[in-house]
Design a protein around this ligand. Sequence first.
Ligand code: IMP
Length: 200
Amino acid sequence: MTSEARRLEDGTRVVVATGNAGKVREIAAALGGLGWQLEGLSGLPLPDETGTTYEENAALKACAAALMRGVPALADDSGLEVAALDGQPGVYSARFGNRANDNERNLYLLEKLRGQRDRRARFVSVVILAHPDGHVETYRGELTGRLLEGPRGESGFGYDPLFVPDGETRTLAEMTLEDKQAISHRGRALAGLLAAQRSA
Ligand code: IMP
């Protein structure tokens, strides 16, 4: 966390600044216990992700939404870092290979790793809670694991069907939302936010 958590009361309106339905599901599930009134973007435009770090991109999205809506806003910026690709695609995970959707990006990644024995990778998530007055709180989570040679499972989103966390046999796409949340990069970042709210 980069600045002190400010407690938000039960019933506070908070915009979830993402158009990614998978992220919305995970954020809503993790923060249900706080009693915040989570709102979608409903047409609110988000800025281009012009940053070179997860922190910059998450701050761009959260600060823009908080300013435009006049209430606190939450954003996640995340990505997959592949050891054999020197950490790529990282912050560019949503645009990897200029492919149009999750399935095509997964195929593109498999192609890039064809014949590669080093399958190590990690997910990183940075969650930012921004207030309309510019106050920003940052939470980070990581998950290490390895990439399979073909997809398995139907749950989750993005690269989940290719990724087996360390100590697991299932891919993230073979887990329930609760099981993924308990170990995932985003689950960990959100657990940090929860803990900070509870002790603020
Ligand atoms: P962005 O944060 O909107 O730039 O997009 C992050 C991209 O990283 C997503 O579109 C996915 O491709 C990938 N990603 C991030 N988190 C996850 C996850 O939990 N599972 C699978 N893919 C993820």
